[in-house]
Ligand binder design. Structure first.
Ligand code: SER
Length: 876
């Protein structure tokens, strides 16, 4: 059987013997490539050689490249194809050999060297690639029915621009038993039957910044052979996780947490084994965990693994222990792992400790929530709270459930799952709309870009180039149709860089009654502008000349808000420190949000200082100057770049006096004075270490002040005091309310004692024990507990079941004295059996349990059932 190290070596030797220069893996950090966050393919570090910008050390190169991809992190562990860290074997030609050699050598390596069964091999090619078809069929001898044509077989570019071309893949059929069972299951299917092992890219094109695909100076070859998959095939394992690349990690992990077969255990173990490799390799290459850019990718992977560790039941420190098997397995090939092992372990340990603190904070938050629930006498923690803990503190729901159960409280898992689904749905919708946009490119549009004139003007005469309806090209649209319009040029800003898309109208020229209301504008990844709108009158078809007019008032408000985000970032860095950097934003016409890295909540004083500073920058009325320059020059001048964005070589630098200098493609006010006014509305955490400010500028800020003052006026009238006295007046009212609540609590107690005596007289006796089953209308859960406690004191031995209706909701309580628990009665079990009758859920301990329900009409039935259960157990 092939050992993984031998396999790697055999590939590199095979191509060395075909005159390739073997180069060591490049670092995971891209060099001079702002369009890439991390190296995610074997060809990525070689981009300048493909483009002819740099002379390669040899026209033929072979490598085994370290890669990290975090886009599909959710699928890791669930398929045999996804990894955050993986190795890619590749052979590359820069204007030397082309398709014929790439194809025949790949076959020779797989069949002659590795002795894979040719009858199990399939190949895919790009639909139109006749040349590849002929080579596979005539030179290699692959039967034509095993050469599949796929529209999708076009690779790249990686990042927004760069080399790309049609590709051809070698797939290995693992047999019927791996199939998803669909009739059309064949290479290209998403299941695990046909493993795509090797991708041969015939790199002949370069996609430039304007989205054009232009021929490269020389035709090139870029191949990528997925190493983990190859090892899986050659070792005949179900997935890469069963190969020696992962087993030492998995064995140690299982040793640490004890194997718990079933459920999600196996998947979680695989995820952790995958993640720890990515973590070790990223740290070895000098990427440190942080809240931005590639450091954030690392931190996310690390926290995910640490969190799973909690679910698996490991101790803190477990992740750093898992670094050892990674270094043992891979350190021979990648010496940087060995050299930096101690450093890697220290950082992982530190991050784990920090995460532990986040967990602690989450625990405190949860404890407060649980206290509150118990005080109110409720028994279920809402899905919203479980989700908030999960989303902002990275708190696994399993942990929340466990901690809540310790205090007799269950969690609304359904509600949590619904919110989680909604969040996923939002991400999916986002992904889908991106795919739709991408598909515009494959529509064979006859044009490659839209000229954007919206920095200088709000309206322009333009030609309609193409119209889409539901993603399909159409030749004409009528009144009422909702369509996507492409123009040759446009003043409409397309949603990008956080700034929302413009709205407005398009009107026919020369008496043409055409009128389209534009409700949104989207910019595709390729720089095309899509205007979405509804035809209000007339007809529209390609070739029409229109006047495209942006809703100017709205756009000006957007510009005010956008400029305000820059001033806000400047003020945050001034007041909180230079560690503040943008982590995302949304700029609209009536508000904006700005996400940034910072470790704690802002104090009221900090918020006021920031507001004062931004408003004084506005009053200084500095000109806002926009210049285009080279990306490197911009960075040298100290312009702030937002790492989530992809920048091309020429960038726009937006300067506001001496306060702010940022790279930005958005639209801005002409001077800071135009922003008018600024006010922060809220400040929250959205993730550990990431805060979000929501704020308003321009007219919206003025409106905000006016509305606030109106509220104060109304309050001062209601309270009959002047503005300044409102707070003290409210303090007095609160104190009064507290007094009254105290009195009410005392009264409630009195009442429950009196009622308890009443109920006691109705108790049924069986020997020493007393059974009390009673309806106590109007009693809250807290009162019911009080009554239960009183009754329990009185009866010494027995069972108490109380049922009540408050505000249209049902409540149930069960208590069992210790002697009867010994005889097999259990309050928790009784409640879980009777609560479904009132459409409720609940449980608790053996001595006390409570439940709420939606159907009070059936409280009597619930009591009856309780009687049966008790009677039943007692007669046993
Ligand atoms: N660039 C191609 C890929 O990553 C082949 O190396 O699949």
């Amino acid at each position: 059987m092939w050992k993984s190290n031998d396999l790697r070596e055999s590939f590199l030797e095979f191509f060395e013997s075909r005159k390739h220069l073997r180069m060591p893996s490049f670092s995971l950090i891209p060099v001079n490539d702002p369009t890439l966050l991390l190296i995610g393919a074997g060809m990525a570090p070689l981009k300048p050689f493909f483009k002819g910008e740099e002379e390669p050390p040899s026209r033929r190169i072979t490598t085994c490249q370290k890669c990290v991809r975090a886009d599909d992190i959710e699928r890791v562990g669930r398929t045999s194809r996804h990894h955050t860290f993986f190795e890619m074997l590749g052979n590359f030609s820069f204007g030397d050999y082309y398709k014929e050699e790439a194809i025949t050598w790949s076959w020779e390596y797989m069949i002659e060297k590795l002795k894979l069964n040719p009858a199990r091999m399939w190949v895919t090619i790009h639909t139109d690639d006749e040349e590849a078809f002929k080579i596979w069929k005539n030179m290699v001898g692959v039967p034509p029915d095993r050469i599949i044509r796929l529209e999708d077989n076009f690779w790249g570019p990686i990042g927004l621009t760069g080399p790309c071309g049609p590709c051809s893949e070698l797939c290995y059929d693992r047999g019927e038993e791996w199939s998803c069972g669909r009739d059309d299951c064949k290479p290209g299917c998403d299941c695990d039957r046909y493993v795509e092992v090797w991708n041969l890219v015939f790199t002949g094109l370069n996609k430039n910044e304007s989205g054009e695909y232009l021929p490269l100076p020389d035709k090139c070859i870029d191949t990528g052979l997925g190493f983990e998959r190859l090892v899986m095939l050659m070792q005949d394992k179900k997935s890469p996780f069963e190969t020696e690349l992962f087993t030492p990690i998995i064995n140690l992990l299982e040793e640490m947490c004890g194997k718990k077969p079933g459920g999600n255990f196996d998947i979680s173990v695989k995820i952790v084994a995958d993640h720890i490799r990515a973590i070790a390799f990223m740290l070895a290459d000098g990427i440190g965990p942080s809240n931005e850019g590639r450091g954030y990718v690392l931190r996310r992977i690390l926290r995910r693994a640490a969190r799973l560790g909690k679910v698996l039941g490991t101790q803190t420190g477990y992740l750093s222990a898992l670094v050892d098997p990674v270094v043992e397995t891979m350190g021979g090939i990648y010496p940087e792992l060995r050299e930096r092992k101690d450093y890697i372990k220290t950082i992982v340990r530190q991050e784990e400790n920090n995460f532990e603190k986040t967990l602690e904070q989450g625990s405190l938050f949860l404890a407060e929530k649980l206290d509150l629930l118990l005080k109110k006498g409720e028994t279920i923690l809402s899905g919203e709270e479980v989700f908030r803990l999960y989303d902002t503190c990275g708190f696994p729901w399993e942990l929340t459930r466990e901690m809540a159960a310790e205090r007799g409280i269950s969690i609304d898992l359904e509600g949590f799952n619904r919110l989680l689904e909604e969040q996923k749905e939002r991400a999916r919708a986002d992904q889908e709309s991106k795919l739709i946009l991408k598909s515009c490119v494959s529509l064979n549009l006859k044009f490659a870009s839209t000229e954007f004139v919206g920095h200088e003007r709000m309206s322009v005469e333009a030609e309609v180039l193409e119209i889409l309806m539901d993603g399909n090209m159409i030749s004409e649209a009528q009144e009422g149709d909702i369509i996507d319009i492409f123009l040759d040029r446009t003043p409409f800003y397309g949603e990008s860089g956080g700034q929302v898309g413009d709205t407005g109208i398009m009107e026919g020229l020369n008496g043409n009654p055409l009128r389209v209301e534009i409700t949104d504008t989207i910019k595709t990844l390729d720089g095309l502008y899509i205007h979405r709108g509804k035809v209000i009158s007339g007809k529209i078809m390609p070739g029409n000349k229109v006047m495209a007019r942006v809703n100017e008032a709205r756009r000006k408000e957007i510009m005010r808000h956008h400029s305000a985000t820059h001033l806000l970032q400047a003020a945050l860095r001034e007041i909180l420190g230079k560690h503040v950097s943008q982590a995302g934003s949304l700029v609209s016409h009536d508000y904006f949000r700005f996400d940034f890295s910072h470790y704690q909540a802002l104090s009221a004083d900090e918020i006021t200082r920031i507001e004062r500073m931004v408003n004084s920058m506005i009053q200084e009325n500095q000109p806002i100057i926009i210049t285009e320059m080279n990306y490197d020059d911009a960075l040298k001048k100290g312009a702030l770049a937002f790492f989530g964005d992809k920048y091309s070589q020429t960038v726009r630098v937006v300067e506001m006096g001496a306060y702010s200098r940022e790279l930005c493609g958005g639209t801005h006010a002409a001077s800071t004075g135009e922003i008018g006014c600024f006010k922060i509305i809220s400040e929250n955490a959205i993730a550990a270490g990431i805060r979000r400010i929501e704020a308003v500028a321009g007219m919206s800020a003025i409106e905000y002040f006016l509305k606030s003052v109106q509220i104060l006026k109304n309050l001062s009238q209601d309270l009959k005091v002047n503005f300044e006295e409102i707070p003290s007046s409210i303090e007095r009212l609160k104190a009064h309310l507290k007094e009254s609540e105290k009195e009410m609590d005392a009264l409630r107690k009195e009442i429950s004692i009196l009622r308890a005596y009443d109920i006691l007289s109705s108790a049924r006796e069986v020997g020493e024990a007393k059974f009390i089953l009673a309806e106590v209308p109007g009693a809250t859960q807290q009162i019911m507990r009080e009554m239960g406690d009183r009754l329990k004191e009185k009866i010494k031995s027995g069972v108490i079941i109380l049922a009540s209706e408050v505000d249209g909701k049902a409540s149930l309580l069960a208590m069992v004295t210790p002697d009867l628990i010994e005889k097999g009665l259990n309050a928790g079990k009784i409640i879980s059996q009777i609560s479904p009758l009132v459409d409720g859920k609940g449980g608790g301990r053996a001595d006390m349990a409570q439940a709420g329900g939606k159907n009070p009409a059936r409280l009597k039935d619930a009591l009856k059932k309780a009687e049966e259960i008790i009677g039943g157990s007692f007669s046993q």
